[in-house]
Ligand binder design. Structure first.
Ligand code: ADP
Length: 511
């Protein structure tokens, strides 16, 4: 428990615990580069650096109609994607829930559910290109081609096959690891006599890169900041020693690498770990794995925040938050969703005024008199109070303005650290591909003076206020202002669906 003499000590301690200096960011980037190189050199490294076997990047002229199935986080998604060949696409999709029982049960049950979902989608949503007037798929029209976006570590052996290495993000289905995920899915389609052929397997980060390249006419990296975090980038095949002797190596050129950067520093020798991070890891379903992800992604930020809030509630000799009261939501493991954090920060920045230093903490340890506060600040804190009441299950009169200020401040600390660390990952890609040097001390060897496209996807980067701004702040520190200013971070909307469609097209072309 947090013990203190002077309350301000506690707030200063938390502030120090969650702050990262520029020097630490630089050191982390060096380690990140080392882990990139280790993963490119040999198999079975924590940072898996998985070759995707995608060797071409779309330019927006691709055409065709495909099904895409996306498994990788909170929802399962089935969509039909029409690539129009002019950088535009149309997409119809349906989300299906994946129950905890399916996540941790037998793999065959999970894959049968995936096939059932595709079947349901085909009968209710797909266009006439696939379905007869009765809604039934028509075998005479031949196979429906599907690209699978599977956002877990897979050792890919071709565009259309790959072995599951581990589960992440709350999945633990039995008898899946070590098996070919495409075979598992195709087996389920075949058992149900569906005329759907899974022709391509793609990671969501690779999908984000591909779809951004399609809509923007080019892109160098893809990144996900959603339930989990991961990134992909285009690497020279000659810089992937572990492919030596393979047909891919003989062919040369470029290949997209799925980094699996969520596993950065699993040894946790460098990540600035707090006791709250230790608790997250210890009580997670995958202790000592996905170390970086646990500092960054949507699945964990809410839980980290909850841990800090509860520590303040339980502080001795007197509580420092909510007068020592807690709620069922706050007491529950993973009870606080990351979207709560977004909501408090949205309230704080709602009127666009810059009169409150957003990421420095007010003197939270001392007296907190409404009369001393700017009325605009009071209005914002009142709004945050309402967010707290609504999301955490307190009564109106149980949340003070000071409670609101403290809660919002904790959220911003936890999220700011996540965004700064996210910048480390993006900087590493820029340095690895010689588009930047560490701290920007040398001129880039490659792509000087041109825009550098990064396609991103995930609720965190899409919705969290200032996430991208802080990520860029970190990038500026790590690669200098010139390169940072040329990085174009754009949403890869529907990236997994469009990416899977593009990948299915590539697989058909190369078959
Ligand atoms: P997935 O990564 O599973 O495909 P998302 O990109 O929607 O799906 O990410 C879901 C994660 O994002 C969850 O962990 C959730 O807590 C978090 N999240 C959802 N809404 C928001 C929001 N408004 N702000 C920040 N995080 C959010």
């Amino acid at each position: 428990a947090l013990q203190f003499k002077d309350a301000q000590e506690v707030f200063d301690l938390i502030d120090r615990q969650f702050s990262i200096s520029n020097d630490v960011l630089v050191e982390l980037t060096k380690t990140f580069l080392d882990e990139f190189k280790a993963g490119l050199s040999t198999y079975n490294q924590p940072m898996a650096m998985i070759p995707s076997f995608v060797t071409a990047v779309p330019d927006g002229t691709e055409t065709g109609t495909f099904l895409a199935l996306d498994l990788g986080g909170t929802n399962l998604r089935v969509c039909e994607v029409v690539l129009n060949g002019d950088k535009t696409f149309s997409l119809v999709q349906q989300k299906y829930k994946v129950s905890d029982k399916l996540k941790s049960g037998e793999a065959t049950a999970l894959f049968d559910y995936l096939a059932d979902s595709v079947d349901a989608f085909l009968t209710t949503h797909a266009t006439t290109e696939y379905a007869s007037p009765t809604g039934e798929p028509v075998p005479a029209q031949g196979d429906v081609h599907l690209g699978l976006t599977f956002s877990f570590p897979v050792e890919q052996t071709a565009l259309g096959s790959g072995k599951i290495l581990t589960w992440t993000k709350g999945f633990s289905a039995k008898n899946a690891i070590g098996n070919d995920v495409v075979k598992l899915l195709q087996g389920a389609f075949d058992r149900k006599r569906m005329n759907v052929k899974c022709v391509a397997l793609v990671n969501d980060t690779v999908g984000a890169l591909l779809s951004r390249a399609y809509t923007a006419g080019g892109c160098i990296a893809g990144a996900i900041f959603g339930t989990g975090t991961n990134g992909a980038y285009i690497e020279q095949v000659s810089s992937i020693p572990k492919l030596a002797g393979s047909p891919a190596a003989a062919k040369g050129g470029e290949m997209i690498i799925n980094t699996e950067w969520g596993a950065f520093n699993n040894s946790r020798t460098h990540l600035p770990t707090t006791p709250y991070d230790n608790a997250i890891d210890r009580l997670s379903i995958n202790p000592k794995f996905q170390a970086f992800e646990k500092f960054i992604s949507g699945m964990y930020l809410g839980e980290l925040t909850r841990n800090v809030l509860v520590a303040l509630i339980d502080a001795t000799p007197k509580p420092l938050l909510f007068s020592g009261k807690s709620t069922a939501i706050l007491n529950k493991h993973y009870g606080l969703d990351t979207s709560f954090m977004s909501a408090t920060e949205e309230a704080w920045i709602s009127d666009n005024s810059s009169d409150t230093a957003i990421y420095t903490h007010p003197p939270l340890g001392g007296e907190f008199k409404k009369e001393d506060l700017n009325p605009r600040v009071v209005a914002k804190l009142d709004q945050i109070r309402r967010v707290i009441v609504e999301h955490l299950g307190f009564q109106e009169d149980e949340v003070s303005l000071k409670d609101a200020a403290i809660t919002r401040w904790i959220c911003s600390l936890v999220a700011r650290r996540a965004a700064l660390l996210s910048g480390v990952a993006v900087a590493t890609v820029l340095i690895q591909t010689e588009r930047a040097s560490l701290k920007g001390v040398h001129a880039p060897k490659r792509d000087a003076n041109i825009k550098l496209g990064v396609g991103v996807d995930g609720s965190l980067v899409e919705h969290y206020p200032n996430f991208r701004t802080i990520l860029r702040e970190s990038l500026r520190t790590l690669v200098g202002e010139d390169v940072e200013s040329r990085v174009e971070i754009g949403l890869a909307k529907d990236g997994s669906g469009v990416g899977a469609a593009l990948c299915a097209l590539m697989a058909l072309k190369s078959a």
